[in-house]
Design a protein around this ligand. Structure first.
Ligand SMILES: [Zn+2]
Length: 419
């Protein structure tokens, strides 16, 4: 495929550049010029035409914005056939080497067995010398040859002979006999220092096999996008935005997001809330108003029952409020991290607020929190912008539920677990 670049004679177009209002064809020279002009060129906006023609998953990844979907598709197109085949061939090579190496180990074991037999034979021969084995055998032979001529006198004669035989070895010379055996073993213990080379090689090869096949299996294990399980309130699209935000802010991979509690209409109150969340962290809390406005918050902070009220600091700066209606995320501010959540058994969940030191006193009527749910779980208020950041585009009327008289009708609480 050849498309000539109109700006550079003799140069072919290789890329498509996605802009807000238009699409440009770029050749290598165009791309280099752009790089020189805009150091911050966003390569994710650049589409390689050849690659796009071969891999629809590559093209798709360029036109969507869900981090999770992009990660999933990226893996698909980076794992191209050549790459995977090469890896498999490497693993198959190792398997062949392993098979040969197993035979080598078998031979090595046979050699070891042979040399052990030789060693044992050598020890035997030396022991025969040390304990005068021939003499012992002679006495037993003598007894056996007596047969019919055996009589008490002959037996006691032989018993005496054997007694002296043992006496010389033990009572008279025990020390010396034992020393001879020690010396013999000391001389032979180099047998034990034999190296198991083939066996060690096998283990090394196996480790290599293990590493490569584990890496291979990981690579061909698709990382499916995570979802928020059993939610009735959050749309697929907004789930993706929430999860992307959690991954981005916490710098951790999400393992699961499980529904732990769900309340509907009159069931909701502060007492039940606190009984169920006390001691839990990484909670994602979602509310729905009568008019289908859906909003909520995520915070890694631990919810702790408190009679007097206390703020919990978010060291990770990963807390955020959100509004599904406006598809907005309101991240915690650096200066607001001390006030990520507020725990007080008299109220429902409260997020953000202002420092008492900065002159405000903590009174709920004065609406000094970014988001607060009162004890009956029916009403609350929001005033985002204190500890949580309001987007430049956000105005008061885009907030989750401002000053309206809308009532909460449903609440879902999820716990996020990380890998
Ligand atoms: Zn060009």
């Amino acid at each position: 495929m050849k498309i000539p670049c109109l700006k550079h004679q003799g140069s072919d177009v290789h890329f498509i550049f996605l802009k807000e209002q238009q699409v440009d064809f770029l050749c290598d020279l165009c791309q280099t010029n752009m790089l020189d002009q805009h150091q911050q060129l966003d390569f994710s906006k650049l589409i390689n035409i050849q690659k796009a023609l071969k891999q629809p998953e590559y093209l798709t990844s360029k036109i969507i914005n869900s981090e999770q979907l992009i990660t999933f598709l990226k893996e698909l197109y980076q794992n191209d056939d050549n790459n995977i085949n090469l890896q498999l061939i490497e693993i198959e090579n190792i398997i062949q080497q392993l098979q040969i190496q197993l035979t080598n180990v078998q031979i090595e074991l046979q050699v070891l067995q042979k040399s052990y037999n030789e060693f044992r034979q050598q020890i035997r021969e030396n022991l025969e010398y040390i304990i005068k084995f021939d003499e012992f055998k002679r006495y037993i032979d003598n007894l056996q040859q007596l047969q019919e001529t055996i009589n008490p006198q002959r037996i006691s004669e032989n018993e005496r002979n054997l007694y002296f035989y043992f006496k010389i070895l033990t009572k008279d010379n025990l020390q010396s006999t034992q020393n001879k055996i020690f010396n013999l073993l000391e001389y032979n213990n180099q047998y034990m220092n034999q190296e198991n080379n083939q066996f060690n090689n096998l283990q090394e090869l196996y480790n290599q096999f293990n590493q490569q096949s584990t890496a291979f299996k990981n690579q061909i294990n698709p990382k499916f996008p995570k979802t928020i399980q059993n939610t009735q309130l959050i749309t697929k699209e907004f789930q993706s935005k929430i999860i992307d935000t959690i991954i981005q802010k916490s710098k951790k991979q999400v393992k699961k997001i499980n529904l732990i509690y769900k309340w509907y209409k009159s069931d909701l109150n502060a007492e039940k809330f606190w009984n169920n969340v006390d001691g839990q962290d990484n909670l994602l809390i979602v509310f729905s108003l009568q008019n289908d406005t859906i909003f909520g918050a995520y915070s890694p902070c631990k919810w702790i029952k408190s009679q007097n009220g206390q703020y919990v600091k978010d060291e990770t700066l990963s807390s955020f409020l959100f509004s599904q209606k406006y598809s907005e995320i309101y991240p915690i501010k650096q200066e607001g991290q001390e006030y990520a959540i507020y725990c007080h058994t008299k109220y429902g969940p409260i997020f953000g607020g202002v420092s008492i030191l900065s002159g405000y006193y903590f009174t709920f009527s004065s609406n000094n929190n970014d988001l607060q749910i009162l004890s009956d779980f029916k009403v609350g208020s929001s005033n985002i912008g204190m500890a949580y950041q309001i987007n430049s585009s956000g105005s008061l009327n885009t907030l989750p539920f401002g000053q309206s008289e809308q009532k909460i009708i449903m609440c879902e609480i999820f716990q996020v677990s990380f890998i």
